[in-house]
Each structure stands twice: as C-alpha cells, then as structure tokens.
Design a protein around this ligand. Structure first.
Ligand SMILES: *Cc1c(COP(=O)(O)O)cnc(C)c1O
Length: 233
C-alpha cells in the first residue's frame, strides 16, 4: 500500500468513527506522526491530503523544515520537549501538544512574548502514571490550567495524552475515558488565553477507539507511513 492509499484508508476510518460517535468527520483533526520519515515521504502524504504533521524530535523538525517537508501543511510538535530546545519551536509550529510542566509553559510564554506572538499549546497528561513518561498528573490539570492564565504568551487549547502502546485497540479505554472526563471537567474554564477545544489522544493501534471515547485530534504514524525502521545502534 502506498502512503496515499494508507492515508485515505485512515481518513475513511476516522470519518466513520466520528459519525458513529455522533460527530461530523470534519470535527476530528488527523495529525500524521512523521517521525523517521523524510521530506519526500512527508510531501507525498501532504500531496494526498494530509493537513497536519506531528514531529516528535526537535532535531528532525530542524532538518526537514528547510527541505520543505511540511509545505502545504501545519506542523505540531508532539514529543518530549527539553527546555533548551524550546527556542527552536516557538512561533515555528502551530501547536506544541506536549507541554508537560509549568516551567516549560512559562518558558514558552516568555519566548513567545519576546517574539511578539502567542504560542498555542496543549497540556500533556501522564494519564497512566507511567514513570518513563512525562506530563501532568490527572489531578494536577485543573490547577495547571488556572496557573496557565498568567502566562500571556501561550494559548492553551486543550489536553493531550500518550497512553501505553495498544495492541488490540481496546486496552486504553479506561485512560481515554479518564481523559474525556478531565476534558469535560475543565472544558468550561475560560481565560483570555485558555479555551479548551482539543482532546488529542489515539495512535495507529487505537485511534478509532479514542474517537469513540471523545478524542477530536488523533496522532497516527505507522498506519499512514508504514512501520518505522529504527537504525541499529
Ligand atoms: C509516533 C507517535 C505517534 C504515532 O504512533 P503510531 O503508533 O505510529 O501511530 C503518536 N503520538 C506520539 C507522541 C508519537 O511520538
């Protein structure tokens, strides 16, 4: 299967999952997770209709961006972000999905204000409490949103989560439901720079389940681009 065929199949399944959950297909944002794929393959996906790319390493973004990899699409940052790399992203990507601490939020805000812009972000929730993953604890989210109100250089647009890798499509349902509840509980919060519109969860193994549970943004890599081949170390 080509990238275009894969993409169209994923788009169709996203649309069906949206309709099954009583929503319009257009309400769901499909983010193509482009890690380990070169500029040419990314352009192939964009040419076939991909509207949003998600990169999870700053280095890859910096290499591919000047090659025109993302021409015709938006770019989101979806990976773990180190503080010393924030400067490469602020104002360069349309959404940083993976803000995992107030320190990081403060830093993004400061750089954005220096650059005369407002950076859109999501707050990442470590929904399964995994030691190896970053993110706010679910019980910290309400306070984090309130705290975000003071950082005028950011615009908080919602929540994202990366639950454990799922093989059968269903294992993460409890985590998706917890995220949906957090999204509802905090969705009414409105500040000048907070408007909770996006719930980003679901990957190749479980994006339809995530949509059924309330996701309106899914991040799909291998189902579009094929299995990633990691270089031997
Ligand atoms: C790679 C990645 C994805 C997509 O993973 P697939 O299983 O290939 O669909 C989604 N979210 C994040 C944060 C990723 O790094």
């Amino acid at each position: 299967m080509s990238i275009a065929e894969n993409l169209h199949a994923v788009q169709a399944r996203v649309a069906e999952a949206a309709l099954r959950s009583g929503r319009e297909p257009g309400e769901i944002v499909l983010v193509g997770a482009t890690k380990m794929n070169d500029a040419e393959r990314i352009q192939e996906a964009i040419g076939a209709g991909l509207r949003v790319c998600g990169e999870n390493r700053v280095q890859e973004f910096l290499e591919k961006e000047p090659q025109g990899a993302y021409r015709g699409a938006e770019v989101h940052f979806i990976g773990h972000l180190q503080k010393n790399k924030v400067k490469h992203l602020v104002g360069k990507v349309s959404l940083i999905q993976s803000v995992d601490s107030l320190e990081l939020l403060a830093l993004i805000s400061r750089l954005a204000l220096e650059r005369g812009l407002r950076q859109q972000v999501l707050l990442e929730v470590n929904v399964a409490g995994e030691a190896a993953k970053s993110g706010f604890r679910p019980e910290e989210i309400a306070a984090a949103i309130d705290a975000a109100a003071q950082y005028e250089g950011v615009f908080v647009r919602g929540l994202m989560a990366v639950p454990p890798i799922c093989r059968d499509g269903k294992e993460n349902i409890p985590y998706f439901q917890l995220m949906k509840q957090l999204f509802i509980d905090n969705g009414a919060k409105k500040y000048d720079n907070v408007s909770m519109g996006f719930l980003s969860m679901g990957m190749s193994g479980d994006y339809e389940t995530a949509i059924a549970c309330g996701a309106n943004m899914v991040r799909v890599g291998s189902a579009i681009f094929g299995q990633r081949v990691y270089p031997a170390r």
